[in-house]
Design a protein around this ligand. Structure first.
Ligand code: TXA
Ligand code: MG
Length: 326
């Protein structure tokens, strides 16, 4: 059931969390499907309803730094710097976990991924529940992450008791995930915080890691059911579109298109990358539902938030176009 995220309903939702149930709620990135991170029976429900493999660990959301002491056993200087600069905000940091964090939450790992969301509704829900909340994106495994309450509701129907509606999410793309090893930061998932920003704070280059398994690194992920193909310039697809009946073309910014018989839309008016990120999953979701034969989606330059946009589109493409390294 979708409920407006007012005080009363956030409190109601926190009661469900306390009792070991599930609640969907907005964060600044995408909607999450939350449970008490310290309650095994509650966390397992997330995996069941998402149909998510048990080895795929969850992010634990906190409202206060005080939780770090309880949930982790080590704390590097790098982590300190990143927290100071980016929390609350869309940066997830992987720490060594303490005993109280169950292995079900961490997919069997000795580490735990933690973030403090920058969204009042999420922060209040955690505060009122008085526990850290484990929450993956509120979608079926492998599918598009939801950026509004309706998208959550349509995927799960009645199986989530409360979906707190906080409108459309601010970033539209998941948090950046950082892993720290030997005083070096490695990016496990490209996301809403730009790598360049992290490099500025740490004053050194940061690598995108393939080393530590992170299911943000599944070869296909975040994808619509409809076949999706990426392109850079419209010219590239002018012959290929003729092979299909119902074609959707999504460009990065608004264009004058002179192809015939296509459904045309754009991720943003002006081509602003933040705007594209914000609309990305919503547009893909919308055009997935109209059951086209193919969606052609335009890539952007791989800089700043553009990296995360390209990453998500390529992963969506991989559902139908194989698992080649890229
Ligand atoms: O923006 C976000 O991060 C959203 C909102 C709801 O907070 N959450 C989200 O969660 O995207 P999810 O489950 O869809 O993605 C979590 C990612 C997975 O790729 C998972 O493997 C990685 O975090 N992860 C979690 N714990 C980890 C750990 N201990 N080590 C490495 N990766 C971890
Ligand atoms: Mg997800």
């Amino acid at each position: 059931m979708i409920l407006k995220a007012n005080e009363e309903n956030i409190k109601k939702a926190s009661e469900i969390i306390k009792k070991g149930g599930l609640v969907a709620f907005p964060t600044e990135t995408v909607y999450g499907l939350g449970a008490n991170a310290l309650n095994k029976d509650a966390v397992i429900k997330i995996f069941e309803i998402k149909e998510r493999p048990l080895f795929d660990p969850l992010i634990v959301h906190i409202d206060d730094i005080k939780w770090l002491e309880k949930l982790t056993i080590e704390f590097s200087d790098i982590a300190k710097k990143l927290i100071e600069k980016f929390w609350p905000g869309p940066l997830t940091i992987v720490f060594r976990k303490s005993e109280i964090v169950p292995y079900i939450t961490t997919g069997g790992l000795e580490t735990v991924a933690i973030r403090m969301p920058k969204n009042e509704i999420a922060l209040k829900l955690i505060r009122y529940s008085n526990v850290p909340i484990a929450a993956p994106s509120a979608n079926k495994f492998g599918y598009l992450s939801p950026t509004n309450a309706q998208m959550v509701c349509e995927q799960f129907k009645d199986s989530i008791e409360i979906i707190l509606d906080g409108g459309k999410t601010e970033f539209g793309i998941e948090s950046t995930i950082v892993y720290i090893e030997n005083e070096e930061a490695h990016i496990l998932r490209i996301g809403a915080i730009e790598i360049e920003e992290i490099e500025k704070v740490l004053n050194k280059n940061v690598k995108i890691s393939q080393k530590v398994k992170s299911p943000g690194q599944f070869k296909y992920h975040y994808s619509p059911i409809t076949k999706l193909k990426t392109f850079k310039k419209l010219e590239e697809i002018k012959d290929e579109i003729k092979k299909y009946n119902k074609v959707v073309i999504l460009t990065a910014k608004k264009e004058d298109i002179n192809f015939e018989d296509v459904i045309y839309d754009y991720f943003s008016e002006s081509g602003d990358y933040r705007e594209i990120a914000k609309n990305l999953f919503e547009k893909l979701y919308f055009y997935d539902k109209i059951k086209a034969d193919i969606i052609f989606a335009q890539l952007v330059e791989e800089k700043g938030i553009g990296r995360a946009i390209v990453d998500r589109l390529k992963k969506a493409e991989n559902r139908h176009y194989g698992y080649q390294e890229q």
